[in-house]
Design a protein around this ligand. Structure first.
Ligand code: COA
Length: 376
């Protein structure tokens, strides 16, 4: 029998490809997109420019960026079929289920067998422009409100909040939301991105890759954690109740959502920026409770378990302060990460090899077939 190497559970620490999109140094809490520190992008860039960086590997020059902004603004609308689907599904499916189904349906009418780079780039731009429209329309329909058409004069972030609420947000709120999108846009070979690359590596189409990624993101160990964080905060209810609630969860050996990370051994740099947003919004809205509860939970998790918060932790209270429903948080994550997913599809396709790992065999040895009437 040939010797089998022990598998790496969860592929921890295994490098599966070369990539030039995101670099993460988990030992010092550093994240860079294409070489640029996340803090610099959060401070100086915006979501559309950051998407261009992810797709092209370079910050766009002025004319290219202006064209991209126009293209994305013009492509926010949904085809009739997709809108019909949103209306049909809004009362029946959860937001992430609806998003996954509608993104899959966006392939209808497109010649998906054409997978060359130029066409895939156009699709990446269109998908990134359209995801917010799906999410906002879903929320409006399920609340019995009329769908708000996208407005070309608003930024990507402001337009989403406008389509969601029917009101143009303040510049400050739109900017905070835009930065949240920058922070979530890319994170290397996380589970959903890996799923997208595995799909693309079979030479399937970009819609299928993004659909796989959305299905993977929704799990509570990945993007679903931000919704789960908010549900935990709602369940706890007050700052005074945080400690007993946390101790109860830890005694039952439950995972505390929004904490821990496979790659970061220190605090996630994105979480620090989001914490400041949650603090600012708490003050602005005159509703400190959600921030204070989060901060108490953060301190207690650190002292009880030595585990740091991750990106999902303060994104929960930040989005809550913006009036976004908790079950939409993972969709908001997808609206941003679609830029990273599609950048990875482009990178995978540019130098493709089928991704096909193997498993160590732990099942029974050779067996003789037993007829159905002779099975014990
Ligand atoms: C992100 C996550 C899946 C990483 O998982 P991982 O690398 O496989 O690490 P493990 O789940 O094996 O955790 C290692 C240890 O830390 C503990 N741990 C990790 N995250 C924890 C959390 N959020 N709450 C409580 N304990 C946690 C585990 O119980 C385990 O302890 P043990 O060795 O005593 O059994 C994990 O930290 C987690 O489930 N976090 C909560 C979900 C979340 O916020 N996901 C979003 C990630 S951005």
């Amino acid at each position: 029998m040939t010797e089998q190497a022990a598998p790496r559970a969860g592929l921890e620490g295994v490098a599966v490809a070369d990539s030039a999109i995101a670099k993460i140094d988990g030992t010092v809490g550093e994240l860079r997109y294409c070489g640029y520190l996340i803090k610099d992008l959060a401070d100086h860039s915006d979501f559309v420019e950051t998407s261009a960086l992810l797709w092209d590997g370079e910050l766009p020059k002025q004319d290219k960026l202006a064209k991209l902004r126009t293209d994305m603004r013009q492509q926010r609308g949904l085809p009739t079929l997709a809108l019909d689907l949103v209306q049909r599904l809004a009362g029946e499916q959860s937001p992430m289920d609806c998003l996954r189904t509608v993104v899959s349906a966006l392939a209808i009418g497109d010649d998906v067998l054409t997978t060359d780079d130029a066409v895939n780039r156009e699709r990446a731009i269109r998908l990134t422009a359209q995801l917010p429209t799906i999410v906002a329309a879903y929320d409006r329909v399920r609340k019995g409100k009329s769908i708000v058409e996208p407005r070309e004069d608003l930024t990507h972030a402001a337009n989403f909040l406008y389509m969601l609420t029917g009101t143009v947000p303040s510049d400050e709120e739109a900017e905070i939301f835009d930065t949240c999108l920058v922070l979530h846009a890319e994170h290397g070979f996380n589970a959903s991105t890996f799923a997208a690359r595995v799909t693309a590596a079979t030479m399937s189409d970009i819609y299928s890759a993004v659909t796989s990624a959305i299905g993977t993101l929704r799990g509570p160990l990945h993007g679903g954690a931000n919704t789960a964080v908010m549900n935990t905060l709602l369940e706890i209810g007050s700052v005074d109740a945080v400690e007993a609630h946390l101790d109860g969860m830890l005694a039952r050996r439950e995972k505390i959502m929004g904490f821990g990370h496979r790659v970061y051994k220190v605090v996630d740099p994105r979480a620090l920026i989001l914490k400041q947003f949650a603090r600012d919004l708490a003050k602005q809205k005159g509703e400190p409770k959600w921030f204070e509860m989060s901060e108490r939970l953060e301190e207690l998790m650190k002292s009880r378990k030595g585990i740091d918060m991750n990106v999902d932790f303060y994104s929960a209270s930040t989005y809550h302060y913006m009036g976004i429903d908790a079950d939409l948080f993972t969709c908001v994550f997808a609206m941003s990460r679609v830029a990273g997913w599609t950048a990875h599809v482009l990178e995978q396709c540019a130098n493709n090899r089928l991704i096909r790992p193997r498993a160590n065999w732990v099942g029974p040895d050779d067996r003789d077939y037993v007829a159905v009437d002779q099975r014990s």
